[in-house]
Design a protein around this ligand. Structure first.
Ligand code: NAD
Length: 385
């Protein structure tokens, strides 16, 4: 049974997750834990889907799924599957998400929404048609569920930093710094869409629009591939995506943001930092210290100004009342549990979940404009609508 769920419905929601590697593992632990910490509608972890029968069966047993399967299409006609959590590479998102939405299944899909604007637009159309039937959909921008970043958004919305003028987002990794690192689906345009841009600038752009509650209107971008050839299964192969990307973004409200992302920043493992500068205050966040938000109040006399370290572990902070006593910190994996919690509550209450596929498309539009700008020597490109 899917769609138009009411609180009176008592049958547990049946859940399937597709993919059991990095994100499939992260989402599986969230599905395993969420009901122990949050009030969510009853659900059952029914099926984990992969391609290799033995490997997915082992993963299903290890992660706590009742069964495993190798053909995702078999889920389409199963009445006991209400929710499908898509943790596969981007080239599969559109085909899977559209099929499941049309079959009446609620869909959570990992970021980026899809690999192309055409696929993204088709997914939004399918999501809107499904929503009219009470079927929900959401994109997995999990950093929205870091309590310190949810707090940052609240502070900005309350006007605590005044008018936001400038935002800096830097997201740096180094797993491609080694020139001998092999080809993967992430380095081919046809499977990944783009490189660091779609993979991690998607998070950065979503954060800019999420934190400011604003939309990017134009961009100037630059892409670069430092290692153009890597060894694939059949010998050397051209890398067809970017290793690093840079962009400046204008927002409708007047702010300007800079985004810098890389997968070759030697020494930086998963270094996401975000700084927000307003007319009356500033905020700074570092994922390696994700329980903290640095806050500066620019309205006090300058002699008393300075960044304060707010430890975001109070029960009154976003999501924290479900976890530990104050000061007992949480980690990166909790963001996925928060994401599942929000999705389940949205399904249960009939409230449209966020980020919607339309919000995912808004990010894709910005990324497409960055690609267009990069191809035109960084000239300013208006973000399409
Ligand atoms: N939110 C985040 O922080 C974050 C981090 C990493 C990746 N991602 C996103 O998650 C998605 C998956 O990335 P990943 O890192 O988990 O990739 P991965 O390569 O580690 O795993 C991909 C999984 O998809 C499965 N798969 C591939 N084709 C399939 C098919 N036809 N049928 C069934 N299963 C299939 C594979 O077996 C594998 O289990 C991507 O969209 C990626 O951008 C998000």
């Amino acid at each position: 049974m899917s769609g138009n769920r009411s609180r009176l419905d008592s049958a547990p929601l049946g859940v399937a997750t597709i993919g059991y590697a990095f994100m499939g593992k992260a989402h599986s632990q969230a599905w395993r834990n969420v009901a122990s910490y949050f009030d969510v509608p009853a659900f059952e972890r029914k099926v984990l889907v992969g391609r290799d029968a033995d490997a997915v069966a082992e993963a299903a047993a290890r992660y706590g799924w009742a069964e495993s399967a190798t053909d995702w299409r078999t889920l389409l006609t199963r009445d006991d599957i209400d929710i499908v959590d898509i943790c596969t590479p981007g080239w599969l998102h559109a085909e899977m998400a559209i099929a499941f939405l049309e079959a009446g299944k609620h869909v959570l899909v990992e970021k980026p929404l899809a690999n192309s604007m055409t696929e993204s637009a088709a997914m939004v159309a399918a999501a809107e048609a499904a929503a009219a039937r009470g079927v929900r959909s959401m994109v997995g921008f999990n950093y929205r569920r870091v309590p310190a970043l949810a707090l940052a958004r609240d502070l900005i919305a309350e006007g605590r930093v005044g008018t936001v003028r400038q935002v800096r987002v830097s997201y740096l990794q180094d797993w491609l710094a080694d020139e001998t690192a092999p080809m993967t689906w992430r380095l081919r345009k046809e499977t990944a869409g783009s490189g660091a841009l779609g993979d991690i600038a998607s998070h950065a752009v979503d954060q800019v629009q999420f934190l400011l509650g604003d939309t990017v209107t134009d961009v100037s971008g630059r892409l670069h591939t430092f290692v153009p050839t890597r060894n694939g299964p059949d010998g050397p192969e051209s890398v067809t995506v970017d290793d690093a990307a840079w962009a400046t973004l204008s927002l409708a409200g007047g702010a300007v943001a800079s985004v810098e992302v890389s997968r070759v920043a030697l020494g930086r493992k998963n270094a996401l930092t975000i700084e927000v500068y307003g007319s009356e205050g500033s905020l700074a966040f570092d994922l390696e210290r994700l329980n903290e938000l640095m806050v500066l109040d620019g309205t006090v006399p300058v002699e008393r100004q300075g960044f304060s370290r707010v430890l975001v572990t109070e029960p009154g902070h976003p999501y924290l009342d479900a976890w530990w006593p104050q000061g007992h910190t949480i980690g990166w994996e909790h963001t996925f549990t928060h994401q599942i919690r929000d999705f389940l509550v949205a399904i249960d209450t009939g409230v449209a979940p966020s980020p919607s596929f339309a919000e995912g498309l808004a990010v894709q539009r910005v990324l497409a404009a960055v690609q267009e700008s990069a191809a035109a020597k960084s000239s300013i490109v208006t973000v399409g609508s």
